[in-house]
Design a protein around this ligand. Structure first.
Ligand code: ZN
Length: 340
């Protein structure tokens, strides 16, 4: 009960990639890079275990960016045709590759990542992949002419990949859909259908992560425009309650999201954001516990998974480590209360 987990990424060690940077370039290449990535995954797993995190992840140590980790393994996407576009409804600019043909996997994308992590932890293992809508929003389409059709093809290949990862011992698959907080009409029209296609037939636990983005300036500026209450989830949660997805990872700590909105998720798992990734200030275990208690007013503790708000890749390793420990300790506090 109250099993803890992380939204996805952790900071990379300085010997792997420059710190405090999104889209950071690798320090090495070839076999040396592969070996350092694997070492970084081991550290990420140990740090989560030491903090008492129950469902651990590889911290996305092997990926340059949470979307690129998948996209650069696909046929039909041309990385020699990079173009700068506005993404997330033009909230920021990104230089992205072009879709020039049908998107297909060239082979396994994360099989080696899951094998390595699975062999090196006894904890339950979670892997994150970008969701179809967020991928569509982070590449330039010159082939499909329809965001929906491109999303459905991506959902199909995510599903193929997920079935293989599940067979390798993956316990939880999470699809990251920050775009679900931006394109509310598309979420209704095809976003949830694409998500359902991506998790079709899976037996492992599944979740979708929907947040207000990393703690970078473009996002904190955007949040200032969202008013006194952030109610985007109010539109998507009822749709997700009727979907195949097993749970929803949401941003809550330090946000203006009314916690009562988690009551709209029906019987889904709720991965409650109890650690704010937009500040270096480290939460106390008591603050984490207060978030969990607030969530328990709306959802039974058996369905609550205390979590971080979003990925921690832009933070320093020391801050991220301390936040993990606060998360583990805060959940333990509430577990003790429930047991007494
Ligand atoms: Zn996020």
């Amino acid at each position: 009960m109250l099993d803890t987990t992380i939204a996805g990424s952790l900071p990379k060690p300085e010997w792997l990639a420059p710190p405090n940077t999104l889209w950071a370039p690798w320090r090495l290449e070839g076999r040396s890079l592969q070996e350092r990535k694997r070492d970084a995954v081991l550290l990420a797993l140990r740090e989560q275990e030491q903090a008492g995190i129950d469902i651990v992840a590889d911290g996305e140590q092997t990926r340059g960016h949470f979307v690129w980790g998948l996209v650069d393994q696909l046929d039909g996407i041309d990385f020699s045709r990079m173009i700068t576009i506005g993404i997330r409804a033009d909230r920021y600019k990104a230089t992205v590759p072009t879709v020039t043909g049908p998107v297909r996997r060239r082979g396994s994308i994360h099989g080696e990542d899951v094998r390595w992590a699975r062999a090196n932890t006894k904890q339950r293992l979670k892997l994150t992949m970008p969701g179809p809508m967020t991928i569509v929003d982070t590449i330039h389409d010159a082939h499909y002419g329809s965001r929906e059709r491109l999303a459905m093809d991506l959902a199909r290949l995510i599903n193929e990949e997920a079935r293989e990862l599940e067979a390798l011992g993956l316990d939880v698959l999470q699809l990251d859909e920050p775009a679900f907080n931006v394109y509310m009409d598309e979420v209704r029209d095809w976003g949830v259908a694409a998500l359902d296609r991506a998790v079709e037939g899976l037996r492992c636990r599944t979740a979708v992560h929907i947040c207000y983005g990393y703690g970078i300036k473009a996002n904190t500026d955007w949040k200032q425009t969202l008013g006194g209450e952030w109610r985007q989830y109010e539109q998507t949660f009822p749709l997700l309650a009727g979907s195949r997805i097993g749970g929803v990872s949401l941003e809550w700590a330090g946000s203006r999201v009314p916690i009562a909105l988690i009551g709209l998720l029906g019987n889904k798992d709720v991965l409650v954001g109890a650690v704010d990734v937009a500040t270096d200030r480290v939460e106390t275990p008591e603050e984490v516990a207060a978030v969990i208690r607030a969530a328990m007013q709306h959802v039974p503790p058996t369905r609550i998974f205390p979590c971080t708000n979003c990925g921690m890749v832009p933070l320093s390793r020391a801050v991220a480590r301390a936040k993990l420990q606060a998360l583990g300790a805060g959940a333990a506090l509430v577990r003790r209360e429930l047991a007494s």
